[in-house]
Design a binder for this molecule. Structure first.
Ligand code: IPE
Ligand code: IPE
Ligand code: MG
Length: 255
């Protein structure tokens, strides 16, 4: 049995960590393997990172697993990704239950193949009473449609007179998003060096810290995670204030 390496815990951890898991295809290409091998290896990284976050005590972890735009990839790749998702759910449910992790999913879930959707809903239900950590899978997810959807539902409520336009503020708007009861991500990690959001949590990321690493997702392990978390713990989050104000706030001497 392999013994887990003890984790040195940074002082300040994100309450919500979100990861854009990118680079599976390149990982495989470098090894002259089919892209699916990269996705398979990527699923192993998911397991390691979920376990590490649970051990560290990070309450919310969101993983961008499949974007709305990813539906336009070659049919065989999409099918293989759906199979991997199915296998992941089947294989990991006991681990999730044992570690009291609640599984959540955000995105256009109705577009998932029926057998995947059924197993997903079953897993969401089976883990729904867990409270130690929430693992949010972004599946068939697109932030612009999430926002447009919210706007449409708000407009419908206004038209019916259930909601009045002056009531529609940031908080009300956020309550119409998939993430209504999930805090905004404090830290967003993107692997494989790309410097973009790719339609991920556009509204929710307004004040998120970003960490971009050249490491490809299948190679992203505990050590890499800790490096990102250490980096995050050194950042000063100002939310528009000045550095001095933040300092005074921390020392409790702010008037
Ligand atoms: C991320 O890896 C996985 C998904 C988007 C589903 P990619 O498949 O995008 O890998 P690259 O970007 O081609 O290397
Ligand atoms: C973003 O990765 C989506 C996921 C990680 C699931 P992509 O590889 O699809 O992003 P782009 O298209 O290169 O921006
Ligand atoms: Mg990619």
């Amino acid at each position: 049995m392999t013994k887990t390496v003890s984790i040195e815990k940074p002082d300040r951890l994100p309450r919500h960590l979100a990861i854009i898991m990118d680079g599976n295809g390149r990982w495989a290409k470098r090894r002259f393997m089919p892209r699916i091998m990269g996705h398979r290896q990527g699923a192993k990284a998911v397991k390691e990172i979920v376990t590490a976050c649970r051990e560290l005590g990070i309450p919310y972890l969101t993983l961008y697993a499949f974007s709305k735009e990813n539906w336009s990839r070659p049919r065989e790749e999409v099918d293989a990704l759906m199979d991997l998702l199915y296998d992941y759910l089947q294989r990991e449910v006991d681990e999730l239950l044992g570690n009291r992790i609640r599984l959540r999913a955000i995105g256009e879930l109705y577009r998932l193949p029926e057998r995947v959707r059924n197993l997903l809903f079953e897993t969401l239900e089976r883990t729904s009473k867990n409270y130690e950590m929430q693992l949010v899978l972004a599946l068939s997810y697109g932030s612009r449609s999430e926002i447009a959807d919210a706007a449409r539902r708000i407009a419908e409520k206004c038209a019916k007179g259930v909601l009045s336009p002056p009531e529609v503020d940031e908080e009300t708007f956020a309550s119409f998003l998939y993430t209504s009861d999930i805090p905004d991500p404090d830290l967003i990690i993107r692997t494989s060096g790309e410097q973009r959001l790719s339609n991920f949590l556009l509204f929710q990321a307004a004040y998120s810290e970003f960490y971009i690493t050249e490491t490809l997702w299948p190679d992203f392990d505990r050590k890499e995670l800790l490096k990102a978390l250490q980096d995050y713990s050194m950042r000063e989050r100002r939310f528009g204030r000045t550095s001095d104000q933040i300092f005074l706030r921390c020392t409790g001497s702010e008037s």
